[in-house]
Structure formats: structure tokens, C-alpha cells
Design a protein around this ligand. Structure first.
Ligand SMILES: Cc1cc2nc3c(=O)[nH]c(=O)nc-3n(C[C@H](O)[C@H](O)[C@H](O)COP(=O)(O)O)c2cc1C
Ligand code: SF4
Length: 414
């Protein structure tokens, strides 16, 4: 029987999140104090050595990102910024909310360590506007940390200044994309920027900026405390550590589960989430949210990790697992996902603005006229491929992910 292994959620439910003293009693902020005495370069090397990969979806090396930001040199750089992406807009994902509402201080501590590592004096948490409880709890946590001297001028009497400000998300899925998030933070409309330059080089207000997901930051204090070698004993070789999976849909115990990377989909669905409701058969799971992939039962014994899933044509993404029983329709789920993309397209570029509408139109025509669904799948694929090649930002490049996986796993059942 697989059991949960906790890093990001190790303090969850162990203390009252609006009482900083309870967090301190659990050993809270000792890793920030330890890190502030370390050479910033050593912190960056430690995170690289731990092989921590970003938990926001793309799985980019958190250490390398720190390195690029810390080494960024630019003309007239007044300061560097550190940003926590807490927009959590990916369908089926609700892990960052749990961290923020149950252990807000681990996030602040991770950001303090990150700020010292790259030399940032100002941080922002861009939090989903609908997460009213997270906003309330984080607001109190930041205030209490300031009162203790853990944020502000000369934090922990280290000579280092660092402050964090809370910013409310603008209510669009696209604003979770890092470059669009920067536009939104600067007070502009949530339109994406062209990459490069990357945020590490030219981010918020043109300054070098490190952007990480909430869960990524929550791993940093643990790595400072126990070291990279210990961290790598958990998980798989290329995806060490733990991951919070959010399981929804036709399971008996939907919820969030933090386990070692490499835990299989079967263990997550049948052991932790209690199996399929009403003893029905497993039909499919959508992994990683709308920008993720459909998989069938042949993937149940695959280890959940960035590379192991890639080998199966699937993605880990944000860690969302939406489970479908034999009663569910793959066509309807696809319809739902494509409708989401059409709704969230910002309309700035033609391929995505028209493409997302055309994908929906193809679905509608098929439903009304009964077109051969294999033909439909090929039409969707061709449209999504075109979008992936020509769209301006990753949103328009995303519909290809679920559609390609349908072709791989559900061509005969679509
Ligand atoms: C359309 C879109 C929406 C995204 N939404 C989020 C989000 O809500 N939260 C998040 O952490 N990353 C989101 N991302 C990924 C971010 O662009 C970025 O990769 C991430 O914040 C980096 O953090 P990490 O390296 O710690 O994973 C989104 C990406 C895209 C393309
Ligand atoms: S790809 Fe879509 S979301 Fe991105 S800029 Fe173009 S229209 Fe906007």
C-alpha cells in the first residue's frame, strides 16, 4: 500500500496558519536563517544538485532558473524581483491553495531563501483572485512575518532587505502564464509577451525576475535543511522529491495527495483515491489539466514523473488527475476542454482566436450532423497542429496536447 510522503505539505494541519508563533515552534524560519548565512552561489548549487524541477507545469530546473536570474547582468538594473505564481488556473488543480491556506509560512520562507540566492529585494505573490481564504491567510502571514523582522529591512539581522507584496490575479487562465503574469503585475491587460527575453533576463519592469510556482518554493526550505543528497533519495532519477497530485472525477476519495515522484497512476487512483466510484471500470484520466493529455488503462502502471510520462506521450503538468469511469464520454470531455480554450483565448493573435473557435465548430458540427468521428479527430489534429506552429503564446500551442493523446489512446472510442 502506497503511503503519502510530505515535503510541501509537511506542516499542513499541524499549526494554525494565522499564528506565526506556532510555525516557529515547529522549527519554522530556521532554514531561512541558515540560508541567509550561506553564500548565495552555494544555495543555487544546492538546488541544482537536488534536481528540483518546477511544480507549476513545465518541470524546468528550479536551480538553473535561479542561476540564470542570479547571473543576469543588464543595463540600469535597479533591482531583481522574485515572484510566486499562485494563480492556479489549470483545471483540476487545487494544490497551491492547500499550501497557502494550511502552511503560508513555508511559502514565505521559500521565497526569502530564493530572494537571497538571486539577490532580489522585492517579492510578489500573484494569487488567484477567487482564492479569498488564501488571500486572507497570506495577508496575515506577511504582516506577522514583518512584525517579527522576517520581512522588511535587515531581515533576521542579516543586513539583507526583502519584502513581499500580495497581488490579486486578474481572473484569466492566461495570466498564470509567466510573461502574461508580468504584464498583469505591471498593471497592464493580460496579454502575453514574446519570448525571449526570458524573465530571468528581463522580467518585471524590465528587471531580472525569478518566477516559481507555490509548490516549487515550498520545497526549498526542506532542501536547505536536509541537503540535496537526501532530497534525491525520494522520487525518480530525473524527477526527484515529492509531488502533490489533485485527483478529481469518478473516484471514491477525490482530494490532494502528496507522494514521492514515481508513484504509479494505479496507486494514486486505486489506493489513495479509493478506486473508481460504484465499482465501475477505469476508462481514462486526463493528466495535467486542460493543457494536459488523455491516457487509458495501459498507463496505470507508469511511474508519475516528468520523463516517465513523456515516454508514454503524456504529461505530468500541474499534477491534476481527472479520472473518468466507463460511463463517461471522451467526446464530451474533449468538448469541455476545447470550450475552455476558446473561452480563455485572449484573442490577440489570429491562429488561436480563430483556431479555438474552429475547434469548437468542428465538435458542434459533428454532434449535430453525426460526422464520422475518426474524420473529426483528424480534422481537430490538423487544426491544432497549425495552431501549435503559428500561435503567439503557449495557450494557442496547448490544444494539440489533449488532441494528440486522443489519437494515441482513444482513436477507436472517440
Ligand atoms: C496558459 C498557461 C497558464 C499557466 N498557469 C499557471 C498557474 O496558474 N500557476 C503556475 O504556477 N504556473 C502556470 N503556468 C506556468 C508558468 O508559465 C511558469 O512556467 C511557472 O509559473 C514557472 O514556475 P515553476 O518553474 O516553479 O514551475 C501557466 C502556463 C501557461 C502556458
Ligand atoms: S495564442 Fe491565444 S492566448 Fe496566446 S496570444 Fe494568441 S490569442 Fe492570445
Amino acid at each position: 500500500m502506497v503511503s503519502e510522503k510530505k515535503i510541501a505539505l509537511r506542516n499542513a494541519e499541524k499549526y494554525n496558519p494565522i499564528k506565526i508563533d506556532e510555525y516557529i515552534k515547529l522549527g519554522g524560519y530556521k532554514n531561512a536563517q541558515k540560508a541567509l548565512k550561506m553564500n548565495p552561489v552555494d544555495i543555487v548549487d544546492l538546488v541544482i544538485d537536488a534536481r528540483l524541477r518546477g511544480r507549476g507545469g513545465a518541470g524546468f530546473s528550479a536551480g538553473q532558473k535561479k542561476k540564470y536570474t542570479s547571473e543576469a547582468i543588464c543595463d540600469r538594473c535597479i533591482q531583481k524581483y522574485i515572484i510566486c505564481n499562485a494563480d492556479e488556473g489549470e483545471p483540476g488543480t487545487f494544490k497551491d491553495r492547500v499550501i497557502m491556506e494550511q502552511d503560508p509560512h513555508i511559502l514565505l520562507e521559500g521565497m526569502i531563501i530564493g530572494a537571497h540566492a538571486i539577490g532580489a529585494t522585492k517579492g510578489f505573490i500573484y494569487v488567484r483572485g477567487e482564492y479569498t481564504d488564501s488571500i486572507y491567510i497570506l495577508g496575515i502571514a506577511i504582516e506577522q512575518a514583518k512584525q517579527k523582522g522576517f520581512l522588511g529591512k535587515n531581515i533576521f539581522n542579516s543586513g539583507f532587505d526583502f519584502d513581499i507584496e500580495l497581488k490579486l490575479g486578474a481572473g484569466s487562465y492566461l495570466c498564470g502564464e509567466e510573461l502574461t503574469l508580468l504584464e498583469s503585475l505591471e498593471g497592464k491587460r493580460g496579454y502575453p509577451r514574446i519570448k525571449p527575453p526570458f524573465p530571468a533576463e528581463k522580467g518585471l519592469f524590465g528587471m531580472p525576475t525569478l518566477i516559481n510556482n507555490v509548490e516549487t518554493f515550498a520545497h526549498i526550505p526542506y532542501i536547505i535543511e536536509y541537503g540535496a543528497d537526501h532530497y534525491r533519495t525520494m522520487g525518480t532519477e530525473n524527477s526527484p522529491g515529492t509531488k502533490i497530485f489533485t485527483i478529481s472525477g469518478d473516484v471514491n476519495k477525490p482530494g490532494y495527495y502528496e507522494v514521492a515522484m514515481g508513484t504509479t497512476l494505479r496507486e494514486l487512483v486505486y489506493e489513495l483515491a479509493g478506486g473508481i466510484k460504484n465499482n465501475k471500470k477505469f476508462k481514462a484520466a486526463v493528466l495535467g489539466g486542460a493543457a494536459g493529455t488523455f491516457v487509458d488503462e495501459t498507463v496505470l502502471d507508469t511511474q508519475m514523473g516528468f520523463d516517465t510520462l513523456k515516454e508514454k506521450g503524456a504529461v505530468l503538468g500541474s499534477g491534476a488527475i481527472m479520472v473518468m469511469s466507463e460511463d463517461r464520454s471522451i467526446f464530451d470531455m474533449t468538448h469541455s476542454i476545447l470550450k475552455f480554450f476558446k473561452h480563455e483565448s485572449c484573442g490577440k493573435c489570429v491562429p488561436c482566436r480563430i483556431g479555438t473557435a474552429q475547434l469548437m465548430q468542428l465538435m458542434k458540427q459533428t454532434k449535430e450532423n453525426g460526422t464520422d468521428r475518426k474524420v473529426l479527430l483528424d480534422q481537430l489534429l490538423s487544426e491544432a497542429e497549425y495552431m501549435a506552429k503559428t500561435s503567439l503564446c503557449p495557450l494557442g500551442q496547448s490544444p494539440i496536447m489533449p488532441i494528440k493523446s486522443l489519437k494515441q489512446y482513444f482513436e477507436n472510442q472517440f
